[in-house]
Each structure stands twice: as structure tokens, then as C-alpha cells.
Design a protein around this ligand. Structure first.
Ligand code: MG
Length: 158
């Protein structure tokens, strides 16, 4: 049996934090604001996986008013979410993500992010697909205020 879930996340750019996406630190003058390390790629993927398993969402699993998750490594949260999904009898077959931001240009960093995610998830190297695009100057993304990520995850019964 196959199940599909969708995830979305956005974070505001801020000074004085590293930009971490998919567990990879990207050279940039600003990072993302958030309770955890604000890794929007990991967060969107977590929500897609949890959604496919009908296992709630990232805010239920890791509340942002819980000091345990302050500055948390979101790749650790991804591993925890994978355990929840596994306990429900599913394994990740494939995920597809689109990162939307004006800056920085992410294309050259996508292979490192995909490798980081598949290594953490223990999947085949081609189990995670990542794409990056701008928002053509429109809206909060176009003004460079933040970043958004959309993810779809396909789970198969184990
Ligand atoms: Mg988030």
C-alpha cells in the first residue's frame, strides 16, 4: 500500500544565525529565525512524512514552546519522525521538495542536501528529490523576508 503526504514550512530570515537547510549549512549573510535550528527543508519533509502516516504534525511532536527543542538539530527531529512513521508500519519510498527563495541561489547546494537527507533516512540516494526556485520577486519571498518549502512524501507499507 502507498500513502502520500504533503508538508509546508516557512521561516523568516534573521541576522546572526547560520542558514541550515536539509542539515547542510549554506554560506549566506542571514540564517532563519525559529525555536529549533529553523531547517525549513527538514520541517517540511517531517510534515509530509507524518501526514502520509496520519500521525499528526511537527508542532504536535516537537512543540515550539518546549525548551527541549530550543536550537534543536532538525535532522534529529527528522529521525524521530521517521521512527513514528516506522512504528505505524511505513517506510519512506520517495520525497520531492521545492524550496522557494530569492537568495541565496541554492542549485549548487541541492546535491549535498539530498545526500544529507538520504544518509540520515537510510534510503537510496535517489529517494529524495530537491528543487529550488525564486518567487519572481513577488510577496514576502520576493522581498527576501523569508523562505518557504513544499514537500511531498510517499510512504509504502513495510
Ligand atoms: Mg519550521
Amino acid at each position: 500500500m502507498i500513502r502520500v503526504g504533503i508538508g509546508y514550512d516557512s521561516h523568516r530570515f534573521t541576522e546572526g544565525r547560520p542558514l541550515v537547510l536539509g542539515g547542510v549549512t549554506i554560506p549566506h549573510e542571514r540564517g532563519l529565525q525559529g525555536h529549533s535550528d529553523a531547517d525549513a527543508v527538514a520541517h517540511a519533509l517531517i510534515d509530509a512524512m507524518l501526514g502520509a502516516a496520519a500521525a499528526g504534525d511537527i508542532g504536535q511532536l516537537f512543540p515550539d514552546d518546549d525548551p527541549r527543542w530550543k536550537d534543536a538539530d532538525s535532522m534529529e527531529l527528522l529521525s524521530s519522525a521517521q521512527s513514528v512513521v516506522r512504528d505505524r508500519g511505513y517506510a519512506l519510498a520517495h520525497a520531492d521538495l521545492t524550496i522557494i527563495t530569492e537568495q541565496p541561489r541554492l542549485r549548487t547546494h541541492l546535491p549535498a542536501m539530498a545526500a544529507s537527507l538520504t544518509r540520515r533516512l537510510g534510503t537510496q540516494p535517489d529517494a529524495v528529490s530537491l528543487k529550488a526556485k525564486s518567487n519572481e520577486g513577488m510577496g514576502f519571498i520576493g522581498r527576501g523576508e523569508g523562505i518557504a518549502v513544499i514537500a511531498i512524501a510517499t510512504l509504502e507499507a513495510r
